[in-house]
Design a protein around this ligand. Sequence first.
Ligand code: F6P
Length: 543
Amino acid sequence: MSTLEPLTETSEWQLLQAHVSAMQNVHLRELFANNPDRGHTMSMRAGDIYLDFSKNRLTPDILQLLLQLARARNVEGLRGAMFSGQKINTTENRAVLHTALRNLSGSAVLVDGEDVMPEILAVRSQMEQFAEAVRSGTWQGHTGKRIRHIVNIGIGGSDLGPVMVTEALKFYSQRDLYMHFVSNIDGSHIEETLRNLDPAETLCIIASKTFTTDETMTNAHTARSWLIEKLGDEAAIAKHFVAVSTNTEEVTKFGIDPANMFVFWDWVGGRYSLTSAIGLSIMLSVGPQLFRELLEGFETMDTHFRTAPLEENLPVILALIGIWNTNFLGASTEAILPYEQYLHRFPAYFQQGNMESNGKSVTKAGTQVDYNTGPIVWGEPGTNGQHAFYQLIHQGTRLIPCDFIGFAEPLNDPDGRGTHHRKLIANLLAQSHALAFGKTADEVRAEGVAEELVPHRVFEGNRPSNTLLLPRLTPNALGQLIAAYEHKIFVQGAIWDIDSFDQWGVELGKVLAKEIIGTLQDGDIDSYDSSTQALIHTWRSLQ
Ligand code: F6P
């Protein structure tokens, strides 16, 4: 049970509040003019990440107050509690130990007095042997053919992490092994995925922490029927289906041999699970060695987060800037904008990561909060976003803090002269500059623009952004980046005093869907509200 003082009543919060009106009237142009070195002083490095946070509407004084707020909210204590396996997911009475999955140091991590590391290492070794066997062709399908297609069937955290990372690391993948991901219960998803696959060359991974998620189980049964029908033998399941889950009983009921099951544990949250066995598809795609390098990157950032003083702690700084934007400047959203095509699912991954973690409105003690919590997270890779939604970020009425992510070196250089990459990075830099500094009416007039068009051509600027620059998109760098965002979410949840590791908000819809399915076709629907009744009647009549 939380013993924290209500957030908005703390002196740290109130001191910050006192700075808001001053900052509302200050432009980033002035902040940079007053401190020409701001771009250097308001930046930091952690691992391979260079973070420039100078284009945010805050001052070093405000940052100090934010750091005091973090201390007052016991961020350091909670951080220690998480890493040491305490049950900080209080509403589910669970430890939160995704960091143990990337603990490569060999040191013990205890849950209920038991070291979880031996189990973690055993499962990873099982994954490695399996991945090597499939990648080398030693593992053969039921008819003796080599596996060419991997279909990961899962949803939410059992899908988004594997998709995001296999896409991010595609450059390093085994190119004759094709990765597919089925998540949606919409039959079109599985139909379109399986239609051109040869079942004799296909391996399905049923990835579900609970092994009861309706979408995943429905798709898994469809895939099972497809395979048995095409190969004409139920025994084929043994060579074409594996499971990743915490639920051995349900996996066995489904017909998968527990020998072909890769387990994980209740202290791994779905949206934090990609470094557990849920990452099997990733390991199949890039191989055990690069999977390990991914883990090394995670571990680098975990160690930084765990040990660096708050003022030098990159996830903490990212979190505090987010708190300032959300709770004091009134932003309700954040855009993640990777200038790296391989990271095209990174925003979607952290949409779940952030919104499912911090989309809460009561404190751990169950009290309604009187401040905003998690932002709406979204984004697309640059430069595509520029030609879609950046107009609103530049000239719309809303404040949309942006995170730009870029890499110094490209993975692909089609013309051998770096043309694509220089243009890509020039765009990243241009966007963060334009958002911060804008263009004044006088500057527009000086370009000879007709007076009636001047208001349309003005860029107000003063729109906050962070820029994260890394040397090159490697498995290690990706691990660091993901862990940095994970820990940012943790810090914000600690400050807001919410449980970032449960997800009760997704339950009601699941229960109602089960109820509705029973009556949708022809059952009695009188108990539903008039809107739902009318929709069901209309749906029936349109059938
Ligand atoms: O419905 C939300 C959720 O529980 C997510 O938190 C989770 O990632 C997803 O469903 C999938 O759950 P499972 O891995 O148990 O199928």
